[in-house]
Write a protein that binds this ligand. Structure first.
Ligand SMILES: [Zn+2]
Length: 287
């Protein structure tokens, strides 16, 4: 038996095997709620799986979830590889990561549900952005903003579920459905889930897709550093322009932006050494 509660539903006919994961970060309950709703509806027969298989892991970090914390020892979504698991084998999250990657090995595609610290429009992250199947999966969830691959998505020496999936040729997306505590984030995750299952042909229905998308690419990060103070209203604006003041150092010197962009994943309370936000380019097509 595994550490993560897992539910499997099979359709009568042959079809794709879709892995659905929620609450990889223990303080992000929206995905768990949406996935448990799906599980309930499949059990009662309100929703019928026509074909294929759906594997649901509603709460991937149960100990962190109990405390509503992001993680216990390690960020679970940064150690998704056999090597990282070995390196961090004593961490609470190591065995969880091992279980999740073994489920990825068994599936055809996967969708990982997350939420943001800040209130901002939902985003689907698609790092395998040159792969047509993965592009189609990202577009099918009905979310306007698509975040494409960028080295800023994962610090050196870390690996997300999406990276593991890409290395193993499994189309995979990550949905940031809204703010952690916002009830709308549950509904956004739920509708994305239905759209994906309908588009994959495993349940009946009409998908509600966006006609146009915005494609975001992270170009740089604003790090919190000792001795530097923010020189702009981080949570009060969603863009930085070239030349805008960013930080003030102790002697009063201003550090200005050398590139402009959309502020993404803002967190005013980020720890020293981590990101206040990322700066993104916004494109109207795939990169
Ligand atoms: Zn998350």
């Amino acid at each position: 038996m595994g550490l993560i509660e897992t539910f499997t539903f099979k359709g009568k006919n042959v079809g794709p095997h879709i892995l659905l994961t929620g609450r990889v970060h223990g303080n992000e309950p929206a995905g768990e709620y949406a996935l448990k709703r799906l599980k309930g509806r499949l059990e009662t027969g309100d929703i019928t799986l026509k074909c294929g298989q759906v594997t649901i892991m509603p709460c991937c970090n149960p100990d962190a979830a109990k405390e509503n914390k992001r993680f216990i020892d390690m960020n679970l979504n940064r150690i998704m590889s056999a090597d990282h698991i070995k390196t961090h084998q004593n961490a609470n999250e190591a065995n969880l990561a091992a279980e999740i990657i073994s489920r990825i090995d068994e599936c055809d595609m996967s969708v990982d549900f997350h939420t943001f610290t800040e209130h901002m429009p939902p985003v689907v992250i698609c790092i395998d952005d040159q792969n047509e199947t993965c592009r189609a999966l990202a577009k099918s969830c009905g979310i306007k903003r698509i975040e494409c691959d960028s080295p800023f998505l994962s610090a050196p020496g870390t690996q997300m579920l999406l990276h593991y999936a890409r290395h193993h040729n499994k189309p995979a997306i990550l949905i940031e459905s809204g703010q952690h505590e916002d009830q709308d984030a549950v509904e956004t995750a739920w509708h994305a889930l239905l759209n994906i299952l309908i588009t994959q042909g495993v349940i009946d229905g009409v998908p509600h897709c966006e006609d146009t998308h915005e494609f975001l690419i992270m170009r740089s990060a604003l790090y919190r550093r000792e001795g530097e103070e923010l020189a702009f209203d981080l949570m009060g604006q969603d863009r930085i322009n070239h030349g805008d003041p960013l930080f003030k150092i102790a002697d009063g010197t201003l550090i200005r932006a050398d590139i402009g962009g959309l502020l993404f994943m803002r967190n005013a309370n980020t720890p020293i050494g981590e990101e206040y936000a990322y700066l993104c380019d916004v494109l109207d097509d795939w990169p």
